[in-house]
Write a protein that binds this ligand. Structure first.
Ligand SMILES: Nc1ncnc2c1ncn2[C@@H]1O[C@H](COP(=O)(O)OP(=O)(O)OP(=O)(O)O)[C@@H](O)[C@H]1O
Ligand SMILES: [Mg+2]
Length: 1005
């Protein structure tokens, strides 16, 4: 199929568009202005300008738009002619042209071809310039004019002069001139350079330089391009899309070309550069001298960043020749100096094109030269060099070299906290193992050790599946080796492999994997010598204790954890002690002795931190923070989770087991306690365009706040999370439950029920039944059922009402069973779980037609004040129940409390629901406009500022009262005026008085 990118929505250029539209405002106001829009080829200049011309047309501007062509100086005034021709149908333009003979000659019927000689005379040029000026002034007297001249880097000399002339001569005429040019074409001696410099010195001329598009904007554009295909829907997976976005480096045109090649091409074509694009890029290279091309070829082999010394050596040019050649490449904007000793290609795809164009022998030779240059110990000491060397060795078929360099690169990456890279390098080395003469000697370790390192780095980077796969294979190898009996088995190494396998299997959240974990862990303990004491034996025991948790046989867990503790003490391994303590703490938590749990976990956490073993520290931090959270101590939980998050991200373990979990908890604590601006900041850091399970998990977590605030990003998050639903290790109930809430807020009852049911289904675990995580989606579905039942009853449809009540009853059963947690009878539900359960009971009463305020009050009490949003949500229902019971004053009170929280949190869907209730129940109306609708748009900070404005304070005074900079205060003031639609401070103050916002805000909120 042919991919045609439709002129879809423009993405990622809001700021630039705003500046250009402001320019049109100035023009409208009687001022001549000009803008020079610059950027690399394909970055989106024309797209932006076309948006501006469209909007200008809508505003009633006369738009003249002309284009330069790559003809150079041969055709004078080409863009002007183009613009006039385009507008010649307009009667206004026709009239204005009729009295201007020189301009008429620019049109085809005016004998454009013979213009050449004439315009060379100064007189003709003066006449031409004068007529253009006159034409613009005449048109501008009727309506404002936008003149666009595209691609000025190709403009002829006359056009360049005309642009300068117009920019100088136009003052009060309502004319806006927009010119575009390519930055990458503007080499140092380009004739447009001095023109640009001169123009930018004039008042009223602005420069709009288009930077590469942000990756998210580019991804959005490409996704739109795919879904824009009429009838045919092309699906691209997240990894491929990300690959294209990365390669395109913000260039919209390159991205479109790569996407088209992806859609139409086979596997090989998807990897390589599309032929058309390669030709286009090489076209720029072929204009250079032979020497400069040689430099580019050497640089392309060196990599995106080319070291000066290396490139010179590889190019084989003498110093003087080399200097000249590099200068040429830089002047033509193909290479850009980077740091003191190197260059980068202007664009990565340019490098790809040059590289792809190398002859096979030439490529191998250049790579071999590079590897011999890089093998120098001094160079190798520079981080990253080993990785480069490995690449060069591979490409020049030097297998032993590639093997050694890969091992070194893996080690380096591990030291730098880059587990994904470390895994890749180790894996590369493993793949070469059998093709090297003395692998063990070269690597300095056994194959099993290398495999273990590769696996643990895979897990640290978030790819537990891969780690498990690798470790299973290593275990098989060891079994075979033991059976053959020709080589002794390293029992300690085998123990590490077994222990890690069991540990990672445990983190997979999958029943089968957990069962395998128990088996592997036990076999590992049995196969590891207990004497002399080693930390490896202790760890194997501790991990076995950990795996036993899945069966809830707490006595065995305690027994084995205690044994692990003893073994760790004997081996003097405090971090293994810490690990066993975490397990003991967790058992206490599970047995309902949370105080004891917190004590043990605090100690474990301290010990793990002191021992500086990060994996154990994160595990301890996770369980400790969770225990605090379960008890409702959000402050302590938040602090510990935050510290864990920091440690994980510093060391590259953000997606590792427990690395994502501490981030979850950190977010959860602030989400729960109502610090939503902070929670939003955390959530915004969670990736949207996710490409792995741990990322999808983080994105699901962000949905809590994005759904509660009704943020538009929900749709995008959903689109990217959905492919991962059903993938192993993703808590699909969370995402699905939140999709259900979102649908409910959006009024899509059917979707809400379907999503909630899907969430409930994934929490069902045979043979035990439902989990506490079933409660929340059950409540969402219950509330939809209750709405339906109420409506049915109101319309006298008793039959439907009964059916809804029956469905609600079943959901209530799910919630109650989830709370009882049959799988873990000793489990004790925390405040959040109890709050949701109480809500389930209350919703069921509502569905049954006996909405009872006491039930809702009970739910509020169960949540406790720490769960700010949930309490507000419950108050909304309480207010409704009170209003139904005729207790209007109390209803109003609850309504106000809920509304205030909703506003503070920017929980827009809740706020809308409250407004709806207010209208329906005629409660809360007194202040509905007060602290409500009018002021709802203001942040709490802005309200403070407004209060001070109302008190007649100046910006400086506001700044000093609020401890902020006067500049910040003035920004707040203008935002407030904007949001309130107030023309002045006085007007804003009047609104504040009218809305009752003058008393100081109660403290403690
Ligand atoms: N902000 C954007 N949003 C959506 N699509 C864009 C955006 N910018 C560019 N594009 C698309 O990318 C392609 C290249 O953009 P465009 O033609 O505007 O580049 P240009 O800078 O004018 O390049 P040239 O220098 O070659 O004229 C077009 O298909 C355009 O529609
Ligand atoms: Mg263009």
């Amino acid at each position: 199929m042919v991919l045609r990118v439709p002129a879809g929505r423009m993405v990622g250029r809001d700021g630039e568009l705003r500046r250009l539209l402001a320019l049109l405002d100035d023009t409208d106001g009687g001022q001549a202005v000009a803008a020079l829009v610059s950027g690399d080829a394909g970055v989106g200049k024309s797209r932006l300008v076309s948006e501006v011309t469209r909007l200008a047309g809508e505003r009633g501007f006369t738009v003249l738009s002309g284009q330069c062509a790559e003809l150079g100086d041969s055709v004078p005034y080409l863009p002007l002619a183009d613009a006039l021709r385009g507008a010649a149908q307009s009667t206004g333009v026709q009239d204005a042209m009729s009295s201007r003979p020189a301009l008429g000659r620019l049109l085809p019927e005016g004998g454009y071809g013979q213009l050449d000689n004439e315009v060379r005379s100064g007189l003709a040029r003066q006449q031409m310039f004068g007529e253009v000026l006159g034409l613009l002034a005449e048109l501008a007297a009727a309506t404002p004019v936008l003149l666009v001249l595209e691609d000025l880097h190709w403009a002829d000399a006359s056009t360049r002069d005309l642009v300068t002339f117009l920019s100088r001569m136009l003052h009060r005429e309502r004319v806006a001139l927009i010119g575009t040019y390519r930055t990458d074409d503007l080499h140092r001696r380009h004739p447009l350079r001095p023109v640009v410099a001169e123009l930018l010195r004039l008042p009223g001329v602005i420069a709009v330089d288009l930077a590469p598009l942000a990756p998210s904007a580019l991804a959005e554009h490409l996704t739109a391009a795919l879904t824009g295909q009429a009838g045919e829907s092309v699906r691209i997976d997240a990894t491929a899309l990300n690959g294209i976005v990365t390669r395109a480096e913000g260039n919209a045109y390159y991205a479109e070309e790569l996407l088209a090649a992806w859609v139409n091409g086979d596997q090989a074509e998807r990897q390589s550069l599309p032929a058309g694009l390669a030709a286009l890029l090489l076209n720029r290279v072929e204009r250079l001298s032979d020497e400069a091309q040689r430099v580019l070829r050497a640089a392309a082999v060196a990599g995106r960043r080319a070291d000066d010394e290396l490139v010179q050596a590889a190019s084989g040019l003498a110093p003087a020749q080399y200097e000249a050649a590099v200068r040429e490449a830089v002047t033509h904007q193909l290479l850009v100096p980077d740091g003191a000793e190197g260059y980068v290609f202007r664009h990565a795809l340019l490098r790809e094109a040059v590289y792809g164009d190398l002859l096979p022998g030439e490529r191998t030779r250049l790579h071999a030269t590079m590897s011999s240059l890089l093998s120098d110990e001094q160079r190798l000491a520079v981080p990253g060099t080993a990785a480069e060397l490995a690449q060069h060795c591979l490409a020049s078929h030097d297998i032993p070299g590639a093997f050694a360099a890969s091992v070194r690169a893996g080690d380096e990456a591990e030291q730098l906290g880059a587990p994904a890279e470390a895994h890749r390098h180790y894996d590369q080395a493993l793949a070469l193992w059998e093709r090297v003469a003395d692998p063990e000697e070269t690597a300095g370790m056994a194959r099993g050790k290398l495999g273990l390192m590769s696996a643990s780095n895979a897990a640290d980077s978030g790819d537990v599946e891969r780690a498990v796969h690798l470790l299973r294979r290593l275990r098989q190898l060891i079994t075979v080796q033991a059976e053959r009996g020709d080589e002794p088995v390293d029992a300690i190494l085998a123990s590490r492999i077994g222990e890690r396998l069991a540990f990672y299997l445990m983190t997979m959240d999958d029943y089968k994997a957990e069962a395998e974990a128990v088996e592997v862990a036990l076999a590992t303990v049995e196969a590891t010598p207990a004497d002399p004491p080693t930390w490896q034996y202790a760890r194997a025991v501790a991990t076995y204790a950990n795996t036993l948790l899945i069966d809830d046989d707490f006595d065995s867990v305690r027994e084995w954890a205690a044994r692990g503790l003893d073994a760790a003490r004997a081996a003097d391994a405090p971090w293994v002690q810490a690990d066993a303590l975490v397990t003991l703490g967790f058992v206490s938590n599970r047995s309902g002795r949370n105080d004891e749990a917190i004590e043990l976990l605090t100690q474990a956490h301290k010990q793990a931190r002191a021992a500086k073993v990060l994996g154990v520290e994160l595990r301890a931090a996770y369980h400790l923070a969770r225990a605090h959270l379960e008890r409702g101590d959000l402050t302590s939980g938040g602090l510990i989770a935050f510290e864990g998050t920091k440690r994980a991200s510093q060391t590259g373990l953000g997606l590792a087991p427990y690395g994502t979990d501490v981030q979850h908890l950190h977010f959860q604590c602030h989400y729960a306690d109502g610090k939503w601006d902070h929670a939003q900041e955390i959530a915004d850091g969670f990736p949207v365009r996710v490409t792995s399970v741990p990322e999808a998990q983080l994105s699901s977590m962000a949905l809590f706040i994005d759904v509660a605030r009704g943020n538009p990003v929900v749709a995008e998050r959903r689109a990217w999370i959905e492919p991962f639903l059903g993938a192993r290790g993703l808590d699909g109930f969370m995402a699905r439950g939140l999709f259900a809430e979102h649908a409910a807020w959006q009024g899509d009852a059917e979707l809400a029920l379907a999503q909630a049911q899907a969430a409930i289904d994934v929490t069902f675990e045979p043979p035990w039944g439902f989990h506490p995580s079933s409660i929340r989606p059950a409540v969402i579905a219950l509330s939809v059922r209750a709405d339906h039942a109420v409506q049915a009853r109101a319309s006298g449809d008793e039959e439907s009402a009964r059916a809804e009540v029956e469905a609600a009853r079943e959901l209530l059963r799910v919630a109650r069973e989830g709370a009882a947690f049959p799988k873990r009878p000793k489990f004790i539900l925390g405040p959040e779980g109890r709050g949701w359960l109480a809500r389930a009971e209350a919703e069921f009463r509502r569905a049954s037609g006996s909405n009872d305020p006491a039930e809702w009050e009970a739910a509020i009490a169960e949540f406790g004040p720490a769960y700010v949003y949930e309490v507000a949500r419950t108050r909304w229902r309480l207010a409704e129940a009170l209003a139904e019971a005729g207790r209007r004053d109390e209803a109003g009170e609850q309504w106000h409390l809920a509304a205030r929280t909703a506003d503070d949190l920017h929980a827009r869907p809740l706020r809308r629901a409250l407004d709806d209730l207010a209208r329906r129940a005629r409660i809360g109306t007194a202040e509905q406009h007060g602290d409500g609708v009018v002021l709802a748009a203001l942040t709490s900070r802005e309200r403070e500022v407004l209060r001070l404005i109302a008190a007649g304070r100046s910006n400086r005074e506001i700044a000093s009262v609020l401890f902020i900079a006067p500049k910040t205060a003035s920004v707040h003031v203008s935002n407030i005026l904007g949001k309130l639609g107030a023309a002045s401070r006085t007007e804003a103050a009047a609104i504040a008085h009218r809305e009752g916002l003058t008393a100081p805000e109660p403290s403690g909120r």
